[in-house]
Design a protein around this ligand. Structure first.
Ligand code: ZN
Length: 142
């Protein structure tokens, strides 16, 4: 599936477009990472190129656990992006004290529950306009 850029629902992930490109490269390897400020030690979610606590732009990448629990969720039945089957489940997944908004894949939408254990299952989405692969953080029932 390819999208006209103005309607492309996915972020541009390449080194040309974001200083946080390493997040997506590691996601493609099945790793969940985020940024930690090297000045004050604050761990951010989502990954940030500068610290919301001390405004430093010095950060390091840190691995997060690949499992978490569903803190809240909702389902989408209509208006899905082209190429997606519904219903889709969106959740806030608690991982190591962080709350990560992500898709839940491979689940019966009617059976998803708050507190359910899920594990990282990166989702390959449409390639970017230059044909580079793109990934979204997603989870599936553990
Ligand atoms: Zn900081």
């Amino acid at each position: 599936m390819t999208y006209f850029r103005a309607t492309d629902p996915f972020p541009l992930e390449s080194v040309d477009h974001t200083k946080l490109h390493e997040f997506y490269a590691r996601l493609a390897e099945g790793r969940l990472v985020t940024t930690r400020c090297t000045m004050c030690g604050t761990t951010s979610w989502p990954p940030r190129g500068f610290c919301g606590e001390c405004a430093s732009d010095a950060f390091q990448w840190v691995d997060l656990p690949c499992e978490g629990t569903i803190h809240a969720f909702t389902t989408q039945d209509t208006g899905l992006p082209s190429g997606f089957d519904g219903p889709r489940v969106f959740a806030i997944v608690k991982v190591d004290g962080l709350r990560i908004f992500a898709l839940i894949t491979g689940a019966n939408a009617a059976a998803v529950k708050i507190g359910q254990r899920v594990r990282l299952s990166p989702l390959r989405v449409s390639d970017d306009p230059k044909g580079q692969p793109r990934w979204l953080a997603a989870f599936m029932p553990a």
